[in-house]
Ligand binder design. Structure first.
Ligand code: NAD
Ligand code: IPM
Ligand code: MN
Length: 361
């Protein structure tokens, strides 16, 4: 079979890191017997500013027809009044995550050999976890609003939504994943001491599903303590399951301890295979370094590798799985060359890093 890939370069450094990743795919595919076709889509802040078009329901249906989506990053300059109200983030990224029911956001946090972490005394042995971020509920549902907006009596609210169905399918995914990992350890991260409704739904779902997985050791941390442990003893984490908003926050921290935003990869998954997954670096469009060949493409190359492994598994394509594994291995062979440098400022150009990964294939 041939993989049909939708490519959304997006804004800022998005097209640069996606371009570098596609160079790697082009080099890796033939050796694995992988055939694929890419189609570019323009959805981005720049496209919106030019045409007034964000992403409509027909676009979603078009994208639904692909095997997978690779996305760079979308978003313009902070404080651009024309992009106020999250028109791009909500209109593209969250719309796709919700409409394609990509209810798992998989975010590995792994310190690669040769990469410097800001944490003193920590090595690759200490930082090797995967975060399972719930991706279609919580504070991201857009439930809430204003009362008496613009007056001295203004009130705004934003509701945290947790459904038993949504929480349980995410928790179950995390247990299944933890079961396949060497340590078989799963930590639930929440704030059940204050968020007593949503937290209780999570707590009970976690406890009840845990009974079906006697081989998986479990733990619970409040999210504030989790931030501390990520810095002081990241080795306590193996698999982590966490609601959407807290997952967003702790995975930026995770990126920082693993060498920077230039390394953090992710996959928005619909594990049922009913809709394609969307794979993207954790970082944004980085307007501060856009157009300068400075962006590190490792995060996107690793997201591409994850895309090939996950899509290959769902579609039954051994060639895609093999190609994803080879690209992942080539990344690990490349990072020692960054010796002593942080991955978000590797000192190598975007295209140079892609060439190094291709050489390592
Ligand atoms: P950002 O991730 O774009 O940048 C944060 C910092 O990390 C910047 O200093 C940037 O230069 C650096 N950085 C990011 N990626 C890098 C890379 N690959 N190599 C080297 N350095 C890198 O976050 P931000 O500044 O908060 O957001 C900028 C825009 O991106 C906003 O419009 C935001 O909404 C959007 N955003 C989009 C996504 C997405 O599309 N998935 C994710 C986060 C933010
Ligand atoms: C991320 C981003 C998005 C999120 C924003 C841009 C909507 O920060 O992918 O981590 O909050 O999920
Ligand atoms: Mn984020």
């Amino acid at each position: 079979m041939s993989l049909n890939l939708a490519i959304l370069g997006g804004d800022g450094i998005g097209p640069e890191v996606v371009g570098a990743s596609l160079d790697v795919l082009k080099a890796a595919a033939p050796g694995c017997g992988l055939e694929y076709k890419t189609t570019d889509f323009p959805f981005s802040a720049a496209h919106f500013l030019e045409t007034g078009h964000v992403l409509d329901d027909a676009d979603v249906e078009t994208l639904r027809g692909y095997d997978a989506i690779l996305l760079g990053a979308v978003g313009g300059l902070p404080n651009d009044p024309r992009l106020a109200g999250g028109v791009i983030e909500k209109g593209i990224l969250l719309k796709l995550r919700f409409e394609l029911d990509q209810y798992i956001n998989l975010r590995p946090v792994q310190l690669y050999p040769g990469i410097e972490t800001p944490l003193a005394g920590k090595t690759s042995e200490h930082i090797d976890m995967v975060v399972v971020r719930e991706n279609t509920e919580d504070l991201y549902c857009g439930v809430g609003g204003f009362v008496r907006k613009g007056t001295a009596q203004e009130v705004s609210s934003q509701t945290m939504v947790a459904t038993r169905f949504g929480v349980e399918r995410c928790v179950r995914y995390a247990f299944e994943l933890a079961k396949t990992r060497e340590r078989k350890h799963l930590t639930l991260v929440h704030k059940t001491n204050v968020l007593t409704f949503a937290g209780d739904t999570w707590h009970r779902a976690f406890k009840e599903v845990a009974e079906e997985y006697p081989d998986v050791e479990t733990a619970y941390h409040h999210v504030d303590a989790c931030c501390m442990y990520l810095v002081t003893q990241p080795e306590c984490y193996d698999t982590v399951v966490v609601p959407n908003m807290f997952g967003d926050i702790i995975t930026d921290l995770g990126a920082a301890i693993a060498g920077g935003m230039g390394i953090a990869s992710s996959g928005n998954l619909n594990p049922s295979g009913a809709a394609p997954g969307m794979f993207e670096p954790v970082h944004g469009s980085a307007p501060d370094i856009a157009g300068q060949n400075l962006a590190n493409p490792i995060a996107t190359i690793d997201s591409l590798a994850l895309m090939l492994r996950e899509t290959g598994r769902i579609k039954g394509s051994d060639a895609a799985i093999k190609c994803g594994e080879q690209i992942g291995a080539a990344v690990k062979k490349t990072t020692p060359k960054f010796e002593g440098k942080r991955l978000d400022r590797s000192g190598f150009g975007t295209d140079e890093v892609a060439r190094m990964v291709i050489e390592a294939l």
